[in-house]
Each structure stands twice: as C-alpha cells, then as structure tokens.
Design a protein around this ligand. Structure first.
Ligand SMILES: [Zn+2]
Length: 113
C-alpha cells in the first residue's frame, strides 16, 4: 500500500509540474498584459502560493488549468497531513483502483453518487 501511494504521489508531482508549465506558457503568450505580468509574478513565487495568485487573476480561458492545479495541490496537501486517499465525506479509504484512475479523487464511489 505504501509503495502504491508513493507512486501516486510521484504521479501527482509530475502532473503538478506539467500544469504549471502549461499555465506559464499560456500566460506568457497571452495578449492580455495583466496575464503576462502574472506569469512573471508566478515565476518569482513558490509553487505552493500559485493557486491563491491565480484564482482571481486569470481569464476564463485558463480556469480549467487552474481547477486542475487546485485539485492536484489539494491532493498533495493531503499527503503532507496524512489524509490522502480518504473520502472527504465519509472518511472511509478510497479504493486504490479508483485512486489510480484519478489520483486527485476526493470522494469514495458511494459518496460520489
Ligand atoms: Zn465516502
């Protein structure tokens, strides 16, 4: 189990880096100068404060990426506090198969219905 969780964490970190790179690229190439500036701001901030910086500052074009980033960050945060893999509603463990399908899953199959 521990090994499986570690590989999920590694997967989440890869995903996090990919989303961040994609966001930086989108923002740097944006025609909106505020977004270009935001890209510069992000580069000088630790990755953990990105979600906060992004939330109110990007155009709707990027909300999908920001949402993804938020989910991945939340999952990684749960790793840090030892809550990863537990349902946010009933607090039962989420099955490993489900986590493998979506490592950012927050709810078990029953609560999701
Ligand atoms: Zn549940």
């Amino acid at each position: 189990m521990a090994y499986a969780l570690n590989s999920l964490k590694a997967h989440l970190i890869i995903q996090l880096n990919r989303i961040q790179e994609e966001l930086l690229e989108c923002l740097s190439n944006s025609t909106i100068s505020a977004e270009k500036n935001l890209a510069e701001t992000l580069k000088s901030h630790p990755q953990t404060s990105w979600v906060e910086l992004l939330e109110h500052n990007v155009s709707p074009d990027h909300t999908t990426l920001v949402k993804e980033l938020t989910k991945v960050e939340a999952a990684l945060c749960q790793f840090d506090i030892g809550q990863y893999g537990y349902c946010a509603d009933c607090e039962e463990p989420i099955s490993l198969d489900e986590l493998k399908k979506d490592p950012t899953k927050q709810r078990c199959g029953l609560c999701e219905r």
